[in-house]
Design a protein around this ligand. Structure first.
Ligand SMILES: *Cc1c(COP(=O)(O)O)cnc(C)c1O
Length: 378
């Protein structure tokens, strides 16, 4: 048998699909919401109705499933739809352990809304396996959730260690791998049970699609409930968005490697700058997460870093106001570099330091990005 295709080849060719009708090597966009029934009352082609299944969504799911080495993958209309589905698919009542520092909107949902749905979250320092161990309640905890690297300080959680802690207590491990992408980390191979992506970010990569994904290690009970929720709650992805996502994933590997190399260059540069107190980036040897990151990330440490401005919050906001090349906007993982005063976006209660600027490094020449930030720091 031939050697299995590498993920890079799978992504570049979008799984190698060729349209059977025309021979096109690019998938047609199938906008139909309904499909013809065979005269003998069967649906042999596998498509019935657009909510549960459309060819473009299935195609995108199959590419991501292969990149994550998953048993199955589902796409949703946003990352939040995917993440909340992972929690709602747990057997309830459910206790979950989640990071103190994580994607803010999901943390807010867990803290404020999930309780009314019989989901109780304990938030801990997820860069410390001892803290996770102490928070797990054997027999009651259904899932440990981590994000690595985690917004917006890029703390690293050890997937292998935490998977074994979770499994030892009868819980599963869910990983928000949005920032790592399957290029840099394969959480399922390291013991995770569910991988979640905001496909809005690196997977699509062009800041023009909202999408989310769950990839599953096994087709188990949680998978079955997530499958029913995807179909019945209807938070699905539309065909055109799935088409764009497939197009984005074709260049995933080159984009993520380039952004990671540029981010490392920026991190090293600004670590020497007296106007910066601290550069938060797991690629720096001085970073507390570096050793674990070096073990579980291959080929780079992502395109995301944060810098803390010595002169304080007002100076950080002013720096973001002064940039000319960086775009002052939220979100991440696109081809254009973004800068954000993160505490302003997260609002009251955020663990994000007020002097922190979050940087999403895109595909521009890193020398231009460095020069622009240099002049903006003033
Ligand atoms: C953006 C993001 C989400 C939420 O995804 P949406 O597509 O915006 O709904 C979740 N986790 C992380 C790490 C993100 O960056």
């Amino acid at each position: 048998m031939a050697k299995p295709m590498s993920p890079e080849t799978i992504a570049a060719q979008a799984g190698g699909l060729v349209d059977e009708t025309t021979g096109s090597i690019i998938p047609p966009i199938q906008t139909a919401t309904t499909y013809i029934r065979d005269p003998d009352n069967q649906y042999r082609r596998g498509y019935i109705y657009g909510r549960p299944d459309t060819p473009n969504v299935r195609h995108a799911e199959s590419v991501l499933q292969q990149l994550e080495g998953a048993a199955a993958c589902f796409l949703f209309g946003s990352g939040m739809a995917a993440a909340t589905t992972a929690f709602l698919a747990l057997e309830r009542p459910a206790h979950v352990v989640a990071p103190e520092v994580m994607y803010w909107a999901l943390k807010k949902w867990l803290a404020d809304d999930a309780r009314t749905l019989d989901i109780e979250a304990t938030f801990v320092d997820a860069t410390n396996p001892e803290a996770i161990k102490a928070a797990i309640q054997s027999g009651r905890t259904r899932m440990v959730w981590i994000e690595t690297p985690a917004n917006p300080m890029w703390g690293i959680s050890d997937i292998v260690d935490i998977a074994s802690l979770a499994h030892g207590a009868g819980a599963i491990l869910g990983v928000d791998s949005t920032v790592a992408t399957p290029v840099l980390t394969q959480p399922l191979a390291l013991g995770a049970d569910i991988v979640m992506h905001s496909a809005t970010k690196y997977l699509n990569g062009h800041s023009d699609v909202l999408a989310g994904a769950l990839a599953f290690a096994r087709k188990d009970a949680v998978f079955d409930r997530a499958a029913r929720m995807r179909s019945n709650l209807g938070a699905v992805l539309a065909p055109f968005e799935a088409y764009l996502l497939i197009r984005g994933m074709r260049t995933l590997h080159v984009r993520v490697r380039h952004a990671s190399a540029s981010a490392l260059r920026l991190a090293r540069h600004f670590a020497q700058d007296p106007r910066i107190v601290e550069v938060l980036y797991p690629g720096l040897q001085s970073d507390p997460g570096h050793a674990v990151a070096a073990r579980q990330m291959q080929g780079g440490f992502s395109g995301m870093l944060s810098v803390r401005v010595k002169a304080g919050e007002a100076a950080a906001v002013r720096t973001a106001a002064n940039v000319k090349i960086w775009k002052r906007a939220t979100s991440l993982g696109g081809v254009e570099s973004l800068i954000e005063h993160r505490a302003s976006v997260e609002g009251p209660g955020t663990p994000c330091p007020p002097d922190l600027l979050r940087l999403s490094v895109g595909l521009e020449d890193p020398a231009d990005l460095i020069a622009d930030l240099e002049q903006a720091l003033g």
